[in-house]
Design a protein. Structure first.
Length: 351
């Protein structure tokens, strides 16, 4: 009886295998037929497209009609890419098409990944979130401009954000140029005409900033990584902080790199006046140095004097060479200062 059962099972397995093989063959036939059908469709579209290639206006109208007729957009795109006249397309133009297409595809991918982001099944209510915080340690907090909007600081990418305003109010290639060091050196007045709106002195931390500080007080915060330069996290008391784009906490000269407390350039920022380095422009700078920064500047100036005086007394030829070098260095410094202007910039990593 056992052997008969095994034999019967084997027969059933053979039938299943035969059925499965037949099903796979049918699927392969269907796939092959689908591929052939699509290829034929692409060839038909190519033929129609090539007949219109010398009439750009008609080609645009034809493409619109294909959409109205319910054609498969991927078929139209493949036909266009396969049959376009390469000799009429400059390389830069093709790269621009590639760039725009890749941005569109990346946007679709990101939108899809965000829409299908995996949710924690056991976190559904505010109580669940509270319990999650209570039992968790080493919490990483990632923050951006959105947490400072309620403090009165505009965000960057919304319709009424900073980048939108920069695009409308300033003549620059891209709004991101506002925070680009090369652009800053060339046109510092643009940054200083806008920086007062980002200055943190007139804004107070929001409940979100204080919540992050509370996590640290409870011993739960591993690190707060922030894109913000308003320094409100530090104002709220957050110490385990990494400011990825720098902040207004300090300012450095783009020529000699002398660094001062950010408060030293407050008056220049509020007055929308280009801030000049007290080391490069000791008689023109209006920077208000703290006692610590003033002492640091005096020490640097003293070292420079000692270095200059220590180079003398080594014979007439050496002195003459040193004088020539001093003249050349002065000329180079003057040219360099004319280019860089001894400007102060807040310490952003972008800059």
């Amino acid at each position: 009886s056992k052997m008969e059962q095994d034999s019967s099972d084997d027969d059933d397995d053979d039938d299943d295998a035969s059925s499965s093989s037949s099903s796979d063959d049918d699927d392969d036939d269907d796939n092959s037929e689908s591929v052939r059908s699509q290829q034929e469709e692409i060839e038909r579209v190519e033929n129609a497209y090539m007949a219109l290639i010398e009439a750009p206006e008609a080609l645009v109208t034809w493409t619109q009609h294909q959409r109205a007729y319910g054609r498969d957009a991927s078929v139209i795109l493949q036909a266009l890419l396969r049959s376009f006249p390469r000799e009429h397309m400059p390389e830069d133009y093709l790269w621009n098409v590639c760039h725009n297409l890749s941005k569109a595809l990346a946007g679709v991918y990101l939108e899809s990944s965000e829409r299908h982001r995996r949710k924690l099944k056991d976190v559904n209510t505010l109580d669940d979130v509270t319990a999650l915080f209570k039992r968790s340690k080493n919490i990483l907090v990632l923050t951006g401009a959105g947490i400072s909007v309620s403090a009165g600081i505009p965000d960057f990418r919304s319709k009424r954000g900073i980048y939108s305003r920069l695009r409308d109010e300033f003549n620059m290639p891209e709004p991101e140029c506002m925070f680009d060091l090369t652009y800053f050196k060339r046109s510092p007045n643009v940054f200083y005409s806008f920086a007062h709106e980002l200055w943190p002195g007139s804004h107070r931390p929001t409940p979100t900033h204080r919540f992050i500080a509370l996590l640290e007080q409870k011993g739960k915060l591993l690190r707060n990584y922030t894109q913000n330069i308003d320094d409100l996290e530090r104002s709220a008391g957050v110490k385990r902080l990494l400011q990825c784009h720098g902040s207004f906490a300090t300012a450095s000269c783009v020529t000699c790199h002398f660094q001062v407390d950010g408060k030293a350039i407050h008056d220049d920022i509020v007055s929308q006046r280009i801030s000049l380095c007290p080391k490069c422009h000791p008689h023109r700078s209006r920077v208000k140095l703290s006692p610590t920064d003033r002492l640091k500047l005096e020490v640097l100036q003293q070292k420079e004097k000692q270095h200059t005086s220590g180079s003398s007394g080594c014979g007439a030829d050496v002195n003459q060479q040193q004088n020539n070098n001093d003249v050349n260095n002065n000329n180079n410094n003057n040219n360099h200062q004319k280019q860089q202007n001894g400007l102060y910039n807040n310490n952003n990593n972008n800059n």
